[in-house]
Design a protein. Sequence first.
Length: 453
Amino acid sequence: MSMRENNRREFLKTAGAAAAVTAFSVNASSYAAIPGANDRVRVGVVGFGDRMKDGDLPAFYQHARELNFQIVAVSDIWNRRREEGVAHIKKLSGTNDPVDPVRNNDELYARKDVDAVIIATADFQHALHGIEAVEAGRDAYVEKPTAHTMEDARKFLAAVKKTGRIVQIGTQRRSTPSYMKAAEYIKSGKFGDIVMVEMTWNVNQPGRWRRPDVVPLLKKEDTDWKRYLMNRPDEPFDARKYLEFRLFWPYSSGIPDQWLVHQIDTVHWFAGLPHPRSCVANGGIYLWKDGRKNWDTMTAVFDYGPLDDLTKGFQVQYTSRFTNSAGGVKELYYSNGGMLDMSKQTVTPTGGLSERSAAEMGMKANLLPSFSLVEKADTVSTDADTHGDPETSANMRNWMECVRSRKTPNAPIEAGYAHSIALCMNIAAIQTGEKVTFDDKTQEVLAGGKLYA
């Protein structure tokens, strides 16, 4: 039996066993881990990069004092980053509480004063670092994407199920009031069946994901390249692949890893579906010839619907480019009666079945009423001193509250696993040019009907 087959069988066995005993073992272990109301929850940072600095930490410190959380350590394998992380955290916290730099996660989890971690490392490392955290008995906030290989995704899901730790995935739309109301509205049946979804994420930024000022500063002797690679193939040290990882496979797929997962996650959530039925993709590096390997332009088309009824369903068209920003970021859901526009947070009768067109076939018009998904009272306020975005702030707070209550967070591991399936299917479509499907029995991606590896 191959290693791949063995890993898959072990996943299926573990996941099945976990599901059977979840009602007892997970609840029991979680109950034992509930911090006392007055106990401080001590947190470690795993990876001090741009996302941690500009998104996760500001969000954390909006709620840390109220919820009695404290960051006590920064784990980063680059000495420069961990020292910068310590200094930045001390500035954000506004206290003299000690924050220790640690060289790696082995040292971090050897400490007795770390209850939970926030993980914001390279895309390919998220699942692996999440597994380390929960197996070390720590709760974790894990940035997206959850995983861009099915093997890593299966192992992470199984580890969380087995340990019962509280894991929040960084798909922050799930804690955003407008998205929560949209999900409730669609599931109520008032919107009607989804018939089409159009998504775009367009920028005109040659410098997006580039770090030309930082790359020259990184020297091999100042970090741990082998530890960085984790389970990826061994290759010589490359500062660009370390710091500009989003441009290079197998460290990231670029557009799908970074942007697709945010938006495709809402499809799973709104429609109540576990993954696409199929995916095709096309694109290329059309303009920015800077040594990158991941596309600067992509169109992917997904088929969604009941897995046991191919007569029902809808299409998701996803387009993204770095070369022209027209169209911006959009998420448009269509039914026969109108449109749900998440960029404007509105429902309108746009495109709905008009009275004239309906009358031609002896039917009644189908036009949705216009309304806004969010009122001012629903918005999430931010502290101007910490400059956090409201969506990440809400998602971080939900995780922090769940660490105390042991309730399931808004963006649980199952959601991360689902977006990982769509992501892996998209990557397979990019790399093979084939129509890609998913085998629910084996939990594997198939390209052109064959196992994708």
